[in-house]
Design a protein around this ligand. Structure first.
Ligand SMILES: *Cc1c(COP(=O)(O)O)cnc(C)c1O
Ligand SMILES: [Zn+2]
Length: 432
């Protein structure tokens, strides 16, 4: 279950293919793609499912020794961690959007409001296209380049389309992005400004995703960031975990709350923490991982609460469109990580999502999109239901930007008064 791009070195040699060979170090210290289920390893290339058991493939490495000093001396973007990513050592030479190293803010006001002693917000809304997706797309773009792809593409719930379209433009690659036709207008415009090849599909994300897999199977030379180069793409989310640890002074937090769409980000933040421990960059300690979903698309939370591993796909119906994946590929791994670590998966209503957006805005001056409203709202619910320990150091991840989902709160806020331009009118308005 792979191909479309050219074969990897050995395969190319064995078939006598004249296609471009992988260059030395194309994927940095990555060794192979390893099956998450059975451990079977295949060569690095455009493969995403295990040929033995159809389990998902994940990048495996032979890491070199890496020091905190080497990382700190790197650029203020995700490439400071390039030794831990499947990218070449000269990655900074290739045009990319250079995402990452976003701020980690101590959230005193939100913490006080929720009764949490030490709370941090990892604010990924300041990435180049205003969501955490720029991280994963930067890694996918590197893989697409090394594999000599002709087209850079994705099926998207919105933010991914923005990130792929921007990165593709900067890289000078032909870029095609597929979105559900009912997507928020700002997210459509945010993609269309970068590319003429925005395709709106009449269907939900899962339909768009299926179409992408079909095209990937039919067409040559397409790199679908979250389909056939998904293992490389997914590694980009590790940088969120690396940054949180580095910005805490090379420590792991006690608890972290992460939104769940496909579940990739949550599993990779956990992988990042474990890698940092294995590399001796942080001290080993227990930490709890919590997943956040909107009730209108909460297949992982439903399975968590039912105490089962069986995730039943749903038809999404929520304003949290960037989390609206009804059949989450990494859902079972999210369940495993949250259960094993002593965390939980929780969901909230669309009204609570709106409340979450306003809560973060009014306590910390951060305008998040519906995904962040979901995460903050779930954080609140986790405290109220006693699932999250408010005495432990907690990080909540804000993955996106409120300007992309204005409609979610547009009728909740607005001018307190509309007045004539006079002092008397202002006093009479009673605004203060
Ligand atoms: C894609 C996305 C997520 C979730 O990503 P997964 O890795 O698929 O779980 C969270 N927040 C925002 C804003 C996103 O765009
Ligand atoms: Zn396998």
């Amino acid at each position: 279950m792979s191909t479309v791009l050219h074969e990897t070195t050995t395969a190319a040699a064995s078939t006598g293919s004249t296609r471009k060979r992988l260059r030395e170090g194309a994927f940095g210290h990555a060794r192979a793609l390893a099956c998450r289920e059975c451990g079977h390893e295949v060569e690095l290339g455009p493969s995403y499912a295990c040929p033995e058991c159809f389990g998902p493939l994940e990048v495996a490495y032979d890491f070199p020794t890496v020091t905190r000093e080497e990382i700190a001396a790197g650029p203020a973007n995700i490439w400071r961690y390039k030794a831990l990513l499947p990218v070449p050592s000269d990655i900074e030479q290739s045009p990319n959007t250079e995402p990452g190293f976003t701020r980690l803010l101590q959230a005193h006001n939100l913490g006080r409001e929720l009764g949490i002693d030490t709370l941090w917000v990892k604010d990924d809304s300041t990435n180049p296209t205003n969501s955490f997706k720029d991280r994963v797309v930067a890694c996918a773009l590197s893989a697409a380049r090394e594999l000599d792809a002709k087209v850079f593409a994705c099926p998207s719930t919105g933010n991914l389309a923005n990130a792929v379209a921007a990165a593709g433009a900067r890289a000078g690659m032909k870029t095609v992005v597929f979105i559900p036709s009912n997507l928020e207008k700002p997210k459509q415009v945010n993609s269309a400004v970068y590319t003429d090849h925005l395709v709106a599909v009449d269907g939900n994300y899962d339909d768009v995703n299926k179409l992408a897999s079909e095209i990937a199977g039919e067409e040559e030379g397409w790199a679908f960031v979250n389909v056939n180069v998904r293992p490389f793409y997914a590694e980009g989310s590790k940088t969120l975990g690396y940054e949180i640890a580095e910005q805490l002074g090379w420590r792991l937090p006690d608890q972290v709350v992460i939104p769940v769409a496909s579940g990739s980000q949550l599993t990779k933040v956990d992988k990042a923490f474990r890698e940092l421990v294995a590399l001796g960059l942080v001290e080993d300690k227990p930490y709890k991982v919590f997943g956040a979903q909107a009730t209108g698309c909460s297949p992982v939370s439903v399975a968590y609460k039912a105490g089962t591993d069986a995730i039943r796909p749903v038809k999404p119906d929520t304003i949290a469109k960037s989390l609206a994946i009804g059949n989450p590929a990494d859902g079972i791994y999210v369940l495993d990580i949250c259960r094993r670590s002593g965390g939980a998966v929780e969901d909230i209503s669309d009204d609570e999502v709106r409340d979450g957006i306003l809560l973060l805005a009014r306590t910390e001056g951060i305008f998040t999109e519906t995904a962040g409203g979901t995460t903050v709202g779930v954080l609140k619910k986790l405290v109220e239901t006693g699932q999250l320990d408010p005495t432990l150091e907690t990080v909540v991840i804000n993955t996106g930007m409120g300007l992309k989902t204005l409609d979610a709160v547009a009728d909740r806020v607005g001018p307190a008064a509309t007045i004539a331009p006079s002092y008397d009118a202002f006093v009479a308005s009673g605004v203060l």
